[in-house]
Ligand binder design. Structure first.
Ligand SMILES: Nc1ncnc2c1ncn2[C@@H]1O[C@H](COP(=O)(O)OS(=O)(=O)O)[C@@H](OP(=O)(O)O)[C@H]1O
Length: 573
């Protein structure tokens, strides 16, 4: 038998309300609806499935205050994370949210009705107090930032009637509800299960740690990674799940099961560790691993840790008698090359040689294509990671040329296009100003707003192409700094961005204009022409400046190629 759920009863609201489904569905169609954000959806999913048992809805003020102040719900049950439904003043007014009202909770992704909330109360949280007591108060903490910048000013509490499960299209078979996972453990005959929480790829150290924990407790292993919301910058869950799937056969004799948890993490360290343990208990685990800096958000901008490395372990230790799930604390695992084994740091005899690869170092090796040794990870895991993190020579990038019309930027762009095509290895896209104007922006003029929109479109296309591994050469006039900065930010989400200022003077650009466009601008036939009667803001920060009066097109292209080469983007294997 699996571990009893927190509070004694699994609050599987979906199962409970299934007989009333038709009635609730019809009612939901008529009620005012709150469209839930991604984070709220994660919370809702775990309330509906019983992952947050004993919660049966979003927290009312009494429960919220109890949790914030003392880690306790009003019925006395231990619970460490506030789970209210945050709303704005406008929503309260528009939807007439008040005690007793019933409202539909809707999925923003597909407009499906998921649940009905019966409002218990609407209250104004003391966010500063919540930030301090729950997360430690540092304004840079991601959950505190969320509270201050994203969460609505008001909280709504109330019980839920469940209507539908959230629809998922990825890894559906691995998304067990607590009831399903309990049944699965039952089927396997597992009575002792040690759960492992993670938001990162797993390597040999993690496999050794979980096997050690299982061995020490004569248990099986539940790999229970978070696939809801984790820390921005984390490796996406698609890649991670493929990593966990690749790792699974490395466990002996079907020892481990993989289940995905749709949790929105808060990175709340000690509070989060207690919450994680409660959730795993609800999913039927009997043991829960809490390692170093569990659910910690890393360091703030001053380089200070938000929590001490073992604060989370102390927190779960404090409540161990009433948690009802045995916490298995672990030190960092480290590799001992001389004996080719992993051990917890505190079990390494002094003077023994150890090896480690940090997350930052791993990301750097993935980026550059450098070797990831077998003592660190399994080849099948590295293969999955490399597919999602191609080395530099296979990554996309954008070269963005800016300058006056006829400055030579188009000639350089065309020549660079040919040069990169000659080199091969990537598809190369050329986005000349005139092409984009004709194909994407034909309705736009040359006002500041229209030019900004035009550059925004170029940036969007360039970022999508960069994401898929192409080389992009864009060459609009792009006279405004803010639009260029925006383009850089957008592209840099997916690859490198190089700004090249073709700084040929206006005089030269005008003098060599064979198409007579400047003449038309001077005569007033074309209005608001860059350099004539419209400004060009010289870029504040560039990767390269070239001037076609002093440099040939060939030499400018060569400078760009050398810049790309120095970054490893043009390496051929
Ligand atoms: N008012 C005004 N100002 C600047 N340019 C003008 C203007 N009116 C038309 N054109 C022609 O449009 C082409 C430049 O468009 P861009 O998309 O590069 O400009 S911007 O980046 O959106 O500012 C460029 O065309 P090509 O020379 O064919 O590239 C300009 O000649």
């Amino acid at each position: 038998m699996a571990n009893p759920p927190h509070g004694g009863e699994l609050k599987d609201l979906l199962a409970r309300d299934a007989p009333r489904h038709a009635e609730l569905s019809a009612e939901a169609e008529k009620l005012p609806a709150i469209v839930l954000s991604e984070r709220q959806l994660c919370d809702l999913e775990l309330i509906l499935s019983g992952g947050f048992s004993p919660l049966e809805g979003f927290m009312n003020e009494k429960d919220y205050n109890g949790v914030v102040e003392n880690n306790r719900l009003s019925d006395g049950n231990l619970f460490s994370m506030p789970i209210p439904l945050d709303v704005s003043k406008a929503q309260i007014e528009e939807l007439a949210i008040k005690p007793g009202a019933r409202l539909t909770l809707r999925d923003f992704r597909d407009d499906r009705n998921l649940a009905i909330i019966t409002v218990d109360d609407v209250y104004t949280p003391n966010k500063a107090n919540e930030a301090k007591k729950v997360f430690g108060g540092d304004p840079e903490h991601p959950a505190v930032k969320y509270l201050n910048e994203t969460a609505g000013a008001f909280y709504v509490g109330g019980k839920l009637d469940a209507i539908n499960r959230l629809e998922h299209y990825d890894y559906v078979a691995l998304r067990y509800t607590p009831a399903e996972l309990r049944l699965h453990f039952d089927k396997l005959g597992w009575s002792r299960v040690v759960a492992f929480q993670t938001r990162n790829p797993m390597h040999r150290a993690h496999r050794e740690l979980t096997v050690r924990a299982a061995r020490a407790r004569q248990a099986n292993v539940l790999i229970h990674p978070v696939v809801g919301l984790t820390k921005p910058g984390d490796i996406d869950h698609f890649t991670r799940v493929r990593v966990y799937q690749a790792l699974l056969p490395r466990y002996p004799n079907g020892m481990a099961v993989l289940g995905l948890l749709p949790l929105a993490m808060r990175m709340g360290g000690p509070r989060e560790a207690i919450w994680h343990a409660i959730i795993r208990k609800n999913f039927g685990a009997t043991h829960f691993i809490v390692g170093r800096d569990h659910a910690g958000p890393g360091k703030n901008s001053k380089g200070e840790e938000f929590y001490g490395p073992y604060d989370a372990q102390y927190a779960v230790e404090k409540y161990k008698d009433e948690l009802g799930i045995e916490v298995v604390p672990f030190q960092m695992m480290t590799y001992l090359p001389d004996s080719d084994e992993y051990r917890p740091k505190d079990e390494v005899p002094s003077g023994t040689r150890t090896l480690d690869i940090s997350g930052t170092e791993l990301r750097s090796r993935l980026r550059t294509g450098r070797d990831i040794p077998e003592w660190f990870s399994y080849p099948e895991v590295v293969k999955v990671l490399r597919e999602s993190h191609p080395p530099r020579h296979a990554q996309g990038f954008t070269v963005f040329l800016t300058g006056y019309q006829n400055s030579g930027k188009d000639a350089i762009a065309r020549a660079l296009h040919v040069t990169l095509n000659q080199q091969g290895g990537r598809s190369v896209s050329l986005l000349l100003g005139e092409t984009v104007r004709a194909e994407l922006s034909s309705e736009l003029g040359f006002s500041r707003a229209d030019r900004t929109r035009n550059i925004g479109r170029i940036a969007f296309v360039a970022s999508e192409l960069t994401r898929s591994g192409a080389a992009v050469i864009a060459a609009p006039i792009a006279p405004f700094e803010d639009a260029r900065v925006h383009a850089k930010e957008l592209v840099e989400k997916f690859g490198s961005f190089y700004l090249v200022h073709v700084a040929t003077s206006l005089e030269h650009s005008e003098k060599t204009d064979k198409r007579g466009i400047y003449a038309k601008a001077r005569s007033g036939e074309i209005k608001g022409f860059t350099g004539v009667d419209d400004p060009y803001e010289v870029p504040a920060k560039v990767n390269l400046t070239v001037d076609i009066e002093k440099t040939s097109v060939r030499s400018a292209v060569h400078q760009i190629v050398l810049m790309l080469e120095s970054e490893g983007l043009l390496d051929r294997l």
